[in-house]
Design a protein around this ligand. Structure first.
Ligand SMILES: [Zn+2]
Length: 58
């Protein structure tokens, strides 16, 4: 898998309730801070869940 860095846009396997599956990585670490490209909501997701759910890098 590619290295995940802040600023990258990723497509996730799981869709956000708003219908978007694209997320912007804002901060990496034990938890990733991510922003939904559809509705702009910010979430914290554990690194392992992010790695498991990434479909592709955009
Ligand atoms: Zn959303």
């Amino acid at each position: 898998m590619d290295t995940i860095e802040a600023g990258q846009i990723v497509q996730m396997k799981k869709k956000h309730p708003c219908g978007s599956d694209e997320w912007e990585i804002l901060r990496v670490g034990a938890d990733f801070r991510m922003k939904c490209k559809g509705c702009g909501r910010l979430v914290m997701i554990p690194r392992k869940d992010v790695e498991k759910n990434i479909k592709k890098f955009l």
